[in-house]
Design a protein around this ligand. Sequence first.
Ligand code: MG
Length: 304
Amino acid sequence: MPTLPKVVHVYEVGPRDGLQNEPTILATDLKVELINRLSATGLATVEASSFVRPDLVPQLADAAEVMSGITRAPGVRYPVLVPNVRGLERATECGVTDVAVFASATESFAQRNLGCSVRESLAMFAPVVEQARASQLGVRGYVSMCFRDPWEGDVDPRKVVDVVGALAEQGCEQISLGDTIGAATGEQVTTLLAMLSDAGVGPDLLAMHFHDTYGQALANTLLSLEFGITTIDASAGGLGGCPFAKSATGNLATEELVWMLHGLGIETGVDLPALVATSLWLAGELGRPSPSALVRAWPMENHE
Ligand code: MG
């Protein structure tokens, strides 16, 4: 049996990545309540919003109001996305202590999501990362489309290695590898992690961000844990559909991740019943059931 980590850091992305991809725009006070409830479940990181141009992501146009409305719990980090120096400055004015930049492994997605080439986007992030580090902020780099891209098909892992290397060189303390359309195979995951390891990028620098479109998120997570990865991204209740595959299933649900980890004897510090209760409450506010099978099954299993 491969050795699994004893503790895994669950990096909650629901209020940012989840809500960004929901058709319903949640009211600011409900976002604040969501973030406060999530941070009370024992999650150490709750990614809270995004300081992108409000007209580009109307779901998160109230980032400043959200960041000033939340109650920061001791020991919990509340990172936000910042696309450029202007976004970083707006975030810093709101007392943000952790930020993230959002790169792409493929040219097609860089053009569609950022309006520039991969190389140009990395040049745009360099001063953001530098300025954030100089201000002692935590900085995470995201790389999307690490395995399969809806326009380009299977992604050459060497492209991912190049982008990860560039972000690491800029000073990102953690780099999250995204299976943005949720179609990665186990072999793609292990191949990429092995190539990164050969290039000198070990599991300590990495997080995995799986989507469950093809139902492979937990299988790919387990393979990543066997590789020594100890940070996994997930979204409460599976919040956020997949914008590139007309499927209701997007981000890996945090509840399903926590259930699997606890079932393997791995500590997360997360109170699962409190997390499920939060997702059930949110599903009510959004007016539709959670896409997570676990969240839907939970009340019928007499956990309450
Ligand atoms: Mg996602």
